[in-house]
Design a protein around this ligand. Structure first.
Ligand SMILES: [Zn+2]
Length: 342
């Protein structure tokens, strides 16, 4: 899922997202709740019409941004009391409030409010956070069932820090409440990559296999391939869009730093085999020129390519799984990715 924090996947029109093959995008509840606010988006019956995107949208609960962005946040059983990072105004984000906002945004997939943790976190902290996350998940489900026709699919989130037994406990508790889909939260929060993979490998098989399993906030192309091999179905990450704006292009044959002098006169596109608008029409020399001249078009063209690359990677994995050739796909993926990296 490309990330559209402020009701826009940065630098992309919905038509461009569609052309890149995006089937669903992510919006951030914390940001949209504070600005422009539910009163504005509600006038448009939700995010789809507000931002002119008629395909599915997933919104997060707002908890992670309160945790990472808000000033003076205070955690209690009730929820998070916090001050806006924009104007200092005071708010209370409870599980019910998070549901109310996400229902107002009319997201197709809405996420339970969970308690996020700093990394590293002590075992006791992780145990408390997972217990609160379970109680909040139950409150979210109760509110969702009472207030909606369950048209918006509510996903539960597994926490438990970097402790295998706590992850197992959280997975069992969240699965017992029962949701249309499940997410593994609290990964990719600064822990070593091996530990992230170890926790995902441990947690994913504990979640119902007949429901979508979503790894939040991950990752590199290699991460996606490894996590799909472990059974993950969904991902969101700012990497394709943010890195595009920082001049990094992902390709089958490795990553390209567009600033590199070796591309100054390069007539080839970023990836001759890529079917995206950028690769069909523009050379690396031109993209490098736009980027070094800080032209707005650079961000657009780089983002178009990176979204196309990520969506296509997932498409290829899906096809390989269906054809029962995933192991070959994976070998081929690594062999090609190691060709060039700049
Ligand atoms: Zn391309």
């Amino acid at each position: 899922m490309p990330v559209g924090t402020q009701a826009t996947v940065k630098a992309m029109t919905p038509e461009e997202l569609d052309a890149a093959g995006a089937q669903i995008i992510l919006g951030n509840t914390y940001h949209l709740y504070l600005r422009p606010g539910c009163d504005v988006i509600g006038r448009f019956d939700g995010l789809h019409r507000f931002m002119h995107w008629d395909k599915p949208i997933l919104t997060d609960s707002g908890g992670f941004q309160v945790f990472s962005l808000a000033k003076l946040r205070k955690l209690a059983e009730e929820g998070y009391a916090f001050q806006s990072h924009i104007d200092g105004s005071r708010h209370l984000l409870t599980p019910e409030k998070s549901m109310e906002v996400q229902i107002c945004l009319d997201s197709d997939i809405i996420m339970c409010l969970d308690q996020c943790l700093e990394h590293p976190a002590a075992r006791e902290q992780a145990a408390d956070a997972l217990a609160l996350t379970t109680r909040w998940a139950q409150r979210c489900k109760t509110f969702w069932q009472a207030q909606t026709d369950c048209r918006n699919h509510l996903f539960g989130i597994v926490q438990g820090g970097m402790f295998a037994d706590l992850r197992a406990r959280s997975a069992a508790e969240i699965a017992a409440i029962g949701f249309p889909g499940y997410a593994v939260g609290g990964l990719s929060v600064g822990e070593p990559k091996e530990l992230m993979m170890e926790m995902a490998a441990h947690t994913l098989p504990l979640l119902p296999t007949d429901s979508p399993r979503y790894i939040m906030g991950v990752g590199t192309p290699e991460d996606l391939v490894e996590l799909v091999a472990l059974g993950a179905d969904m991902f969101d990450c700012v990497m394709p869009t943010r890195n595009a704006r920082n001049g990094q292009l992902f390709t089958e044959r490795g990553n390209i730093n567009i600033c590199n002098a070796r591309y100054r006169e390069e007539e080839q596109p970023p990836d001759p085999d890529c079917g995206c608008y950028t690769c069909r029409h523009y050379s690396l020399a031109y993209l490098r020129h736009l980027y070094t001249a800080r032209e707005i078009l650079a961000y657009r063209l780089n983002t178009i390519h990176n979204i196309h690359y990520y969506v296509n990677l997932v498409k290829q994995m899906r096809a390989a799984i269906l054809a029962e050739t995933f192991e070959n796909f994976k070998k081929d993926f690594y062999r090609k990715r190691q060709v060039t990296s700049a």
